[in-house]
Design a protein. Structure first.
Length: 371
């Protein structure tokens, strides 16, 4: 039987973030080989507002919360990564090796760049732009203030809108001889978006730091798959599980493309008939909440019927696509995912005992978070 609490997560730099309805945790492999863990209680927006649990709306709310929590987890993991770079150069100095400030500065900038790229495996599937910050021996996600989160989200969403909305529509409108009232306009637009996204993932997947992120993404899926099936949470047992999960944020992105195809077509034959190019471009981000809400409901349903063979055939495109954002991982990486998962599971277990009605409502009514 599936566990009571819905758990999802995200890969971060050299680690994994896991979250449940009432808490989230991040575990990171540090420079010295130890695992650093942080756990934070969570009061979700949906638990405080009944309207935020309405179908379609709940998906949008869950997606925004996942973006915010994912950004905080990336902040924590990047702090530990910066700590590792500084520790490496401190060790070099202690061993009498000459210092190289320029190289150290370069490595620190590489860490910040890797943190931005790591956001691609999150729920939104877009790069996360973290503000520049000084390293802290005890990373505290609350230091990533509301203003920084809002600015970072605006930059990330703006980048995504330009790359996946403005560019595809502009290519079809200005470079291809296709009537903007035809099915082919929408089909070609979606194909261009999908090609851009696949190319982007393919390119960043060649980078060593992103290969590790994709491996931790795999370990996150394996840990959740093991837990949901009652498998003992040991590194070797977890590593034997599938790296594919039906509720993955990558699968969510695939459904954004598929559902978008039909939503854009309906808009095309109704209020966008003979529309100007700027109106077509403006409609894409405006329709995105509806598309995201529908896609989320599909994945939520899939998560509740994960072993249905017919449903898995229907979901196959999203499952296949996950092979771009996951890589086979090691038992050591699974150990990190297990540490993060256990912190959340233990909190949810205690919370369910102390607040049984609230816990049941959060899992049945609100949402099942993206894995």
């Amino acid at each position: 039987m599936a566990p009571a609490a819905a758990v999802g997560g995200q890969a971060v730099m050299d680690g994994v973030m896991m979250r449940g309805p009432h808490s989230w945790a991040v575990a990171v492999r540090r420079y010295d080989g130890t695992i650093a863990e942080q756990h934070h209680p969570l009061v979700s927006f949906a638990s405080r507002h009944r309207w935020a649990r309405i179908p379609l709306v709940r998906g949008i709310v869950a997606l925004v919360e996942s973006l915010i929590i994912g950004m905080k987890a990336l902040f924590v993991s990047s702090e530990y990564a910066i700590e590792g770079v500084e520790a490496k150069y401190d060790d070099d100095a202690a061993d009498g090796r000459p210092s190289d400030p320029a190289r150290e500065e370069h490595d620190l900038h590489e860490v910040e760049g890797a943190a931005r790229r790591a956001g691609t495996t999150g729920a939104a599937g877009v790069p996360t732009f973290l503000p520049h910050h000084e390293t802290d021996p005890t990373p505290d996600p609350s230091k990533l203030g509301t203003g920084a989160i809002v600015v970072s989200m605006i930059i990330a969403i703006g980048f995504s809108v330009f790359l996946f909305k403005v560019v595809p529509v502009s290519i079809v409108e200005f470079l291809l001889p296709i009537d903007n009232n035809s099915w082919w306009f929408v089909i070609t637009e979606v194909i261009i978006k999908f090609t851009i996204f696949c190319g982007y993932l393919g390119l960043i997947g060649l980078m060593p730091d992103m290969k590790r992120v994709f491996q931790y993404h795999s370990s996150e899926h394996k840990a959740i798959n093991a837990w949901e099936r009652g498998v003992e949470l040991k590194p070797e047992s977890v590593n034997a599980m599938s790296r594919i999960h039906v509720r993955c944020g990558t699968a969510f992105i695939v459904w954004l493309f598929i559902i978008g195809l039909f939503v854009f077509r309906i808009a095309q034959v109704t209020f966008l008939k003979d529309a100007a190019t700027w109106q077509v471009i403006a409609s894409r981000p405006l329709l995105l909440p509806l598309i995201a809400g529908i896609s989320f409901e599909i994945l939520r349903f899939a998560g509740q019927h994960a072993d249905n063979k017919l449903l898995r055939v229907f979901l196959a495109p999203g499952l296949w696509f996950q092979r771009l954002t996951t890589r086979e991982c090691s038992p050591e990486q699974c150990e990190v995912a297990i540490a993060s998962l256990q912190a959340v599971v233990e909190y949810e277990r205690v919370h369910a005992v102390e607040h049984p009605v609230e816990s049941a409502t959060a899992n049945e009514d609100a949402y099942r978070v993206l894995a």
